[in-house]
Design a protein around this ligand. Structure first.
Ligand SMILES: Cc1cc2nc3c(=O)[nH]c(=O)nc-3n(C[C@H](O)[C@H](O)[C@H](O)COP(=O)(O)OP(=O)(O)OC[C@H]3O[C@@H](n4cnc5c(N)ncnc54)[C@H](O)[C@@H]3O)c2cc1C
Length: 399
């Protein structure tokens, strides 16, 4: 009897749930995580999730982790990682299987290159070969089945026209693209901050900065969004997620009410920025019918560019993966998602395990990485992917 080797890249919520299920199915499981368990979730640890704990976990996971959290709890990222992800990684089934500080650099097949045996199931005759940077140097790992659970916050997008960098954008640091922890810094109080972006991350930043305006009345926020709308956040009709409703309403009120705190500028994008001793000089461009556009010049102290993320596809580029030209997600799932008309992530139907298949046999992209640039991913979708995938696979024990 031989046990099939299954390697998971990424110890986020979906990688860990997949690992737990894989051990239950009899696979020999290893999880390679480039940072620490839940590293991506911890990077926004001060932010509250808008889905309750019951939607972000499975009953098997809660049992294995001995989680003492209430299913209805609305947790911060740090609370979710401390109270669930870390105990899950340490549970009896996964103990010693989650290797932290193991960053996957590249993946191939042992004896086949990318152009060999195109789309053929025979490629699975050669195991996956996985190169990782580890605390003891570079190591190879091998696998019969490989799951990409690397999420999507590794790479941010840019704030220039259409998502490319604008001139001067290289002046920003990586942290300027994240939701700032305003409780842990005095970067923003009594200063002028430009916030760019029209999603929930930008709304979270606006609400956090808005709370500074009362105790620190010289705090000024300029919020730039691309679309021409009545309110910056469109919201979801009859939204059952109360935390998301609260966030949407609070950000819209700050943007549209008469106050000295937030100025909302819709329909513009950043054309260029420069750094002077007084701060950043930012040129905003409003495209008009002539194509010339109008320019507004701003002077700000800080910039927060919550302009979204994209998956890091580089470690997997030697495999045969058919990706969507728009979202960079795997094509079958992306095509299914493009057919979904609702903008509400809660309304999405699952396409089943068939959509998770790639031309590369035994390679699956799960979790936020599977949605590519499509921001509608929810943890409950990823948990369903895990369950549907393992329902469709043979068990790990082979003769
Ligand atoms: C601010 C924010 C709030 C969110 N709130 C919610 C919410 O309320 N509800 C909800 O359902 N969803 C929410 N999401 C969306 C989504 O559920 C989360 O992004 C979630 O963390 C995705 O889980 P994941 O396991 O797919 O990926 P991640 O949590 O991103 O985990 C991926 C892991 O892979 C590791 N990794 C990446 N590259 C490599 C590599 N080359 N080698 C080894 N390891 C690697 C990373 O370090 C990370 O630990 C939110 C997202 C953000 C950004």
């Amino acid at each position: 009897m031989e046990t099939r080797k299954l390697v998971i890249v990424g110890a986020g919520p979906i990688g860990l749930e997949a690992a737990l299920r894989a051990t239950q199915e009899g696979y020999d499981v290893t999880v390679l995580e480039r940072g620490s368990v839940g590293a991506a979730v911890r990077s926004w640890g001060h932010v509250k999730l808008f889905t309750p704990f019951s939607m972000n976990s499975t009953s098997a996971g809660r049992l294995a982790a001995h989680a003492e959290l209430d299913p209805g709890d609305i947790l911060s990222g740090a609370e979710f990682a401390d109270g669930y992800l870390n105990p899950l990684a340490e549970c009896a089934a996964l103990k010693g299987r989650v290797l932290e500080n193991h960053e996957v650099q590249a993946v191939s097949r042992l004896t086949y290159g990318k152009p060999d045996r195109i789309g053929s199931p025979n490629r699975s005759a050669a195991r996956f070969r996985i190169l990782a940077n580890t605390p003891v140097g570079q190591l190879n790992f091998e696998a019969d089945i490989l799951l990409d659970c690397t999420g999507f916050v590794s790479l941010h997008r840019h704030m220039g026209a259409g998502g490319i960098p604008c001139p001067g954008e290289h002046l920003l640091a990586d942290q300027d693209y994240r939701i700032p922890n305003t409780a842990a810094t005095n970067r923003f109080a009594n200063r002028r901050t430009l916030v760019i972006g029209g999603g929930y991350s930008a709304a979270t930043t606006i609400c956090a900065l808005g709370q500074l305006c009362d105790p620190a009345p010289n705090t000024k926020i300029i919020w730039v969004t691309r679309g021409q709308r009545v309110e910056p956040m469109p919201g979801v009709s009859d939204d059952p997620l109360s935390e998301r409703v609260r966030l949407t309403n609070a950000a819209n009120t700050l943007a549209t009410s008469d106050n000295n705190c937030v100025d909302w500028i819709p329909g513009a994008f950043v054309d260029r920025l420069t750094r002077t001793v007084e701060g950043y000089v930012v040129a905003l461009l409003y495209p008009d019918a002539t194509g010339e556009g109008r320019v507004l010049q701003l002077l700000v102290d800080e910039i927060v560019a919550n302009v979204g993320y994209r998956p890091d596809t580089r470690p997997f580029e030697e495999l045969q993966i058919h990706r969507c030209y728009a979202t960079e997600g795997p094509i079958k799932l992306a095509a299914h998602l493009l057919g979904e008309t609702s903008g509400d992530c809660l309304q999405q139907s699952s396409g089943g395990a068939a959509l998770l298949k790639n031309p590369e046999p035994n390679f699956y992209i799960l979790g936020a990485a599977s949605y590519g640039r499509d921001a509608r991913f929810l943890l409950q979708t990823g948990l369903k992917q895990v369950s549907e995938l393992f329902d469709s696979l043979e068990t790990g024990a082979t003769v």
